[in-house]
Design a binder for this molecule. Structure first.
Ligand code: FES
Length: 171
């Protein structure tokens, strides 16, 4: 797998200052009318632009659709699709389900954590990788399973982890 493949389907991650966030959010809002029903589509588009929902963006959105800020925060925290903190350009998911566990998933997670220097749920400081664990991918026959962005890797070994991450200069 090439680096291009590793990075395909990744999302933009942008950490901007407050003024830049407001400017970009206003550009997005320009294509909406400001009704409450637009809240979720707006949040989705803002997250697509930044890779997460910056706090100042949510305040601006609340003003725009004329709802209290706590409503916007409530929606953003209710739906798992929304992230309140920046996530990495590449999302690495390691299965921790029973099927994968018995086939060595703990070693796969440990090796991934060691190479990336982060724990489950964390993001590398350069915003390149976020590491997550998942209860089951529904691909137990391929155990142990790891997913890099949308690409599924089965029968994982610690060597395969090294090879996949090596292409991103992580090993
Ligand atoms: S337990 Fe890992 S894919 Fe099902």
């Amino acid at each position: 797998m090439s680096i291009a493949e590793v990075t395909q389907n990744t999302h933009t991650v942008v950490q901007e200052d407050e003024e830049t966030v407001t400017t970009r959010v206003d550009e997005i809002l320009a294509s909406y009318t400001g009704v409450k029903a637009e809240l979720i589509p707006i949040l989705q588009q803002v997250q697509q632009a930044f890779g997460y929902l910056p706090e100042e963006a949510m305040s601006r959105i609340a003003q725009f659709v004329e709802v209290p800020e706590c409503t916007v925060f409530g929606v953003a925290t209710f739906y798992a699709q929304f992230k309140l903190v920046p996530t990495g350009r590449n999302i690495i998911k390691v299965c921790r389900g029973t099927g994968c566990y018995v086939k060595g998933a703990p070693r796969i997670l440990e090796e991934t954590e060691k190479i990336l220097g982060i724990k489950d749920g964390e993001t590398t400081p350069d915003l390149e990788y976020t590491l997550e664990t998942v209860a089951c991918f529904g691909s137990c026959a391929l155990a142990p399973v790891m997913v890099v962005n949308d690409k599924v890797y089965g029968s994982m070994t610690t060597d395969k982890v090294k090879k996949i991450l090596d292409r991103k200069g992580r090993h």
